[in-house]
Design a protein around this ligand. Structure first.
Ligand SMILES: Cc1ncc(COP(=O)(O)O)c(C=O)c1O
Length: 353
């Protein structure tokens, strides 16, 4: 059949999400999900959803939730917008700030959805390679991003796990002539974050997700904080009812259960460090991580071979082909039992170094 799609869509490969295997009894460490359940209060809130709130349309602005988020960060209500996962937020950002004559600058490696969102807009992509084995932000990032209307970065970065210096992000916000997106999907696992910079720089958008730290990947809740002007513009770009009533109620309950979040995050951070050490003891190179995953290069640098070996043993991690990323795998920090299972098979292959 003749295609009636826009040329950009016909040319598009589309985003490849991490595998969601149907099999039970696998150790699933491939999509950075939280290995623990969400807050029990979130489940209680879900059970308490009234038939009436299913019958009626939900609050299009998720006002109660956004007000609670604004209060925690000390910003105005008009500075917060919620989305159906942070991918929904990212879609609004790329729709709003990229076009054939408005290029996007992205770091490499970074979240592989960004180039796909840019391609949907027909926007040119400026790719800025991270430097060395520590995947550092290049000093001349601003020079390289020259001409872009949107500079998108993940902090802590995915899939590498490291966090760029906050001072560098501040300098970018101050000097870049365009919008800066700092995707903080993993910020709850990090030592610091860039949320306070939003008060200083109107061209900064900080996005967050409940998928990882709040164990909400299946519920879909993300949000962004920016200047009131930018949030007002993004509001025009979103689907009218992008968040159902149940997720709004559950997310508010999870957001308020700060003690539960801190406990789970602390456990994952501890286990991240011990998993990193065990892998390094077997000769792996492992990037120092500020997130809930590790970017690890097996001895010999055959990331794909290690990925396949684990897969044959029902341990699933994420592999990104490519000259740099292909030497590594990305391993989500699981429960201590899951991590032990990964290490047991890894020792079979690399234990003797
Ligand atoms: C860097 C980054 N941003 C955003 C997302 C999207 O998360 P969600 O749409 O589940 O909020 C992910 C998911 O893996 C991610 O790694």
């Amino acid at each position: 059949m003749k295609s009636y799609f826009r040329t950009e869509i016909d040319a598009l490969d589309g985003y490849t999400p991490g595998e969601q295997p149907k099999l039970r009894h696998i150790v699933k460490l491939n999509t950075n999900e939280n290995p623990y359940p969400p807050s029990p209060r979130a489940l209680e809130a879900l059970h308490a959803v009234e038939p009436e709130s299913m019958r009626r349309y939900p609050d299009p602005a998720a006002d109660t939730l956004c007000s609670a988020i604004a209060e925690r960060f000390g910003v105005r209500r008009e500075q917060v917008i919620a989305g159906n996962g942070s991918d929904d937020i990212l879609t609004m950002v790329f729709r709003g700030f990229s076009a054939p004559d408005l290029p996007v600058a992205v770091l490499e490696p970074s979240y592989s959805l960004y180039p796909v969102l840019a391609a949907m807009q027909g926007a040119p992509v400026i790719r800025i390679p991270l430097e060395g084995e520590s995947f550092a932000l290049p000093e001349n990032v601003l020079e390289q991003a020259e001409g872009a209307n949107l500079l998108a970065m993940v902090r802590p970065n995915a899939p590498t796990g490291n966090a760029f210096p906050k001072a560098a992000v501040r300098e970018i916000c101050a000097k870049f002539d365009g919008m800066v997106l700092v995707d903080e999907a993993y910020a709850d696992f990090a030592d610091d974050n860039c949320m306070d910079l939003v008060k200083e720089f109107p061209n900064l958008i900080v996005s967050r997700t409940f998928s990882k730290s709040y164990a909400f990947a299946g519920m879909r809740l993300g949000f962004a904080v920016s200047s009131p002007e930018v949030v007002a513009g993004m509001f025009k770009l979103k689907d009218s009812y992008n968040l159902d009533a149940a997720v709004q109620a559950a997310a508010l309950a999870a957001w308020q259960d700060t003690a539960y979040l801190s406990g789970r995050v602390a456990q994952i951070r501890r286990d991240r460090e011990s998993l990193r050490k065990s892998l390094m003891d077997m000769g792996f190179r492992v990037v120092k991580s500020q997130s809930n995953f590790l970017f690890a290069m097996p001895p010999g640098g055959d990331g794909e071979g290690y990925f396949r070996f684990l897969r044959e043993n029902a341990v699933i991690v994420r592999y990104f082909p490519g000259p740099v990323t292909g030497r590594y795998v990305r391993i989500t920090v699981g429960t201590p039992e899951q991590n032990a299972e990964l290490l047991r098979f890894t020792a079979e292959r690399f234990g003797g170094k």
